[in-house]
Design a protein. Structure first.
Length: 117
């Protein structure tokens, strides 16, 4: 008798926590995607910054300064494009996470509703 009650409670608890476990896995995967994106972005922005420092260190006179200043428009365009790309990637990761979280919640509610009926 005790075993039946214990098994029943154990099964009910496991069923109740299944959506939480699924959501936690989803959250960890999402954090992993964001961390990979941040590491990639850090590497790319660092490379851009180092290239800028190298270009600055090569300025030796008015002509090279003018050349450096002239290239700043292209540099800022590349940084702007990279930032836009990063923002789109974060938005897409967030969108996927939201859709998956909603699906988990929907399935959980449907499951509980079916069991209650």
């Amino acid at each position: 008798m005790k075993n039946d009650v214990f098994n029943s409670v154990s099964v009910q608890t496991e069923e109740m926590l299944a959506p939480v476990k699924e959501f936690n896995k989803l959250a960890v995967a999402n954090v992993e995607k964001l961390a990979q994106l941040q590491l990639s972005s850090l590497k790319e922005y660092s490379a851009l910054g180092i290239a800028q420092l190298k270009a600055l260190s090569e300025i030796s006179g008015p002509a090279s300064l003018q050349d450096y200043v002239g290239k700043q428009t292209a540099f800022m365009k590349s940084v702007s494009e990279k930032m836009s790309s990063d923002a789109r990637a974060v938005a897409e990761i967030s969108k996927e996470f939201g859709a998956s979280a909603q699906q988990i919640a929907k399935e959980s509610v449907e499951s509980m509703t079916a069991k209650a009926a």
